[in-house]
Design a protein around this ligand. Structure first.
Ligand SMILES: [Ca+2]
Ligand SMILES: [Ca+2]
Length: 196
């Protein structure tokens, strides 16, 4: 049987979690003059050249059992306050692409609900930043469905203004997946949040 097309759409949204730490600002009061707070901002890029708040990160189509795909994203501290913690959250939305395929129909009794996210596995996630390269063990070997909605810590340390970190995520559709995810799609929103 010829495997049918499976589509993965990825849209990346960047959220900036900026809370001015109280301790950092209490001494800044003066009776006269100007007080300026540092800007806290991160940007995201696919190629590491231009940085944005939102990026369409990936779109894989025609994935077949046994296929792997890798996504590389660069996060930059483009404010003027160091970032000490970065985390990442997947938000997945499954769907069936059109009608169920004949092979799928016999085992998939939910024509309006996709099954792809529970079959896609994050094989490996690595982060290359000021601390060198590190593996995010929490995500390794876990399906997108199970990771969805969970905040995964990916960096702790100091990402100083102008510094970047590279996130590499390797996805796989194992050879053992069944026909239930033929012609299925999953929309993946990835949120990267940073803390001061
Ligand atoms: Ca279904
Ligand atoms: Ca299906």
């Amino acid at each position: 049987m010829k495997p049918k097309a499976i589509v993965i759409l990825g849209i990346l949204a960047v959220l900036i979690a900026t809370t001015a730490g109280k301790a950092l600002f209490t001494d800044a009061v003066t009776s006269r003059g100007t007080i300026e707070t540092g800007e806290f901002s991160i940007g995201i890029s696919k190629d590491g050249s231009r940085f944005y708040r939102d990026v369409k990160a990936f779109e894989f189509s025609d994935m077949k059992p046994g296929d792997e795909e890798t996504v590389i994203l660069t996060v930059k501290n483009r404010g003027d306050v160091p970032v000490s913690k970065v985390s990442l959250t997947f938000h997945v939305q499954d769907y069936e692409v059109g009608e169920l395929s004949p092979a799928e129909r016999s085992i998939d009794d939910t024509p309006d609900e996709g099954e792809l996210s529970r079959n896609i596995i994050v094989v490996e996630m690595t982060v290359e930043g000021p601390n060198g390269e590190q593996t995010v063990r929490e995500a390794a070997g876990v399906s997108l469905a199970r990771l969805s909605g969970k905040s995964i810590p990916i960096f702790r340390g100091s990402l100083t203004p102008g510094q970047t970190m590279r996130i590499r995520i390797r996805f796989a559709l194992p050879k053992t997946v069944g026909n239930e995810c033929q012609t299925d799609g999953v929309k993946v929103n990835l949120t990267v949040s940073a803390e001061q």
